[in-house]
Design a protein around this ligand. Sequence first.
Ligand code: TNX
Length: 537
Amino acid sequence: MIKSTFFKSILILLFTVCILSCTEKKEQLNLPQTDLAKQALIPLPLKIIPTNSAFALDQFTAIYTSPRSEGLNSVATFLSQKINAKTGLRLSVNTIEGETIDRVIYINKVDGTELMEKEAYQLYITKDSIILNTKTNEGAFRGIQTLRQLIPEKSNDTLNARSIWPIPTGKIIDQPNFEYRGAMLDVARHFFSVEDVKKYIDLLAYYKINALHLHLTDDQGWRIEIKSRPKLTEVGGSTEVGGEAGGFYTQEDYKEIVAYAEEHHMMIIPEVDMPGHTNAASVSYPFLNGNGKTPKLYEGTHVGFSTFDTRKDTVYAFIDDVVREISEMTPSPYFHIGGDESHVTKKKDYIYFVERVEKIVNKYDKQMIGWDEIAQAQIDSNSITQFWNSKENATLAVKKGMKVLLSPAKKAYLDMQYDPLSKHGLHWAAYIPVDTAYVWTPETYSGIPKENILGVEAPLWSETISNISELEYLAFPRAIGYSELSWSSEENRSWDNYKERLAKQAPFLERMNVNYYPSSLIDWKKSEHSIKKIKKD
Ligand code: TNX
């Protein structure tokens, strides 16, 4: 029944398109043989069934969405804009009149039982149409990333009189392995502008990452305006590592980031790191300080020297203000309280603190996330432990029935150097070359049962990077591998296959002006244009 209504609506659409276009004689196009299973898709979809023909994307293609599906229109417009940026084509969205249309891309909401996961989608590509089926706007958004990746960087201009971009035909059935696929950016050690964060979102969304965790506060800087506590940014936002001027997001800036992330079906997870990593807050409001020394602005890179005073009610009133103001601007269900490396907080005070802050976070309807140390406290099984360092803490979390977010430093830290020669980054946990970043198994990591794993997140700490180009150097290409580790199923992943697909990301990364690290482990398939440029240089 469901299926028949679906096919009926497609038929009506195709019929309309045909009436419009069949009045003129349809020209015969010469199309290359293309294999859907051999495309450089990352993350690799669950199932790909090729039919070895091609859909000709050209100026006579239009995009439609199923009627009465709120939100699909903006997904379709997003697709049209990205196709325009890549090909120069201007594809109309949901407009029929007065156009000559030969082929359609149809984004369709269905209610079938096959699409169980909220981000699941199916792509049916034939010579005449591309149909994207999904249950949700998120699913549609993930599906169009796959479609974007299937469009060749260059048109085929030799077979026909005009430019076409052949898309291989077949069927793709896809859904994520983990629901949380994240990246973290430390904007506290060095500040990154709204524009920088937006560019990072653009790149991550292309690889189906759905969570961006912002590390908003640390010893060296407080980066988010709190209206009831204005000194946090006036004083605490004025510095960063190395003595530069720092900076902060106004609440309007933060909302702009959240809205931009939402357009990319990505959540923003705000982190206010406490009770340690709080020097900038304590310089702004000295009553917060619990380490017995007069706090001064800090521009170095040591950790573990600061703490809030965990026994004062005024400290919790402060935290209440901060959590409330940030939560009000944050649609995601999570609030991250940090909780790492509180080396000068007594253990019993630390535990008391985490338990009390959890209640504040819950009061504002958020689920608490914290670095793995928080698992030592008696906290709710709804709170989430982010495993970065201690297997013991992760095991404790599992015993408490908590979900674990995997960010083991020696595998998933984007701020680790690739090798001793890499220009930026640290190496306290490991050197992480591109293969090491990819060749591990989150599903069985450290014996954590898969049902306890929420997902994978790749943190990028910013002690050694201070601009977007340096950020890109550390994040790319490794972030692309983490997207596959968290989206694609274990059976589908293989380094040998992945590295071929990664090599073919070079033209996209170049077009996006990304300063990726050109690891020699990868035989990069650069675009002709950039090869010519290198030769000239
Ligand atoms: C450890 S990871 C930290 C950060 C540093 C990072 C540098 C974690 C929870 N804490 O404060 O920036 O190492 O790699």
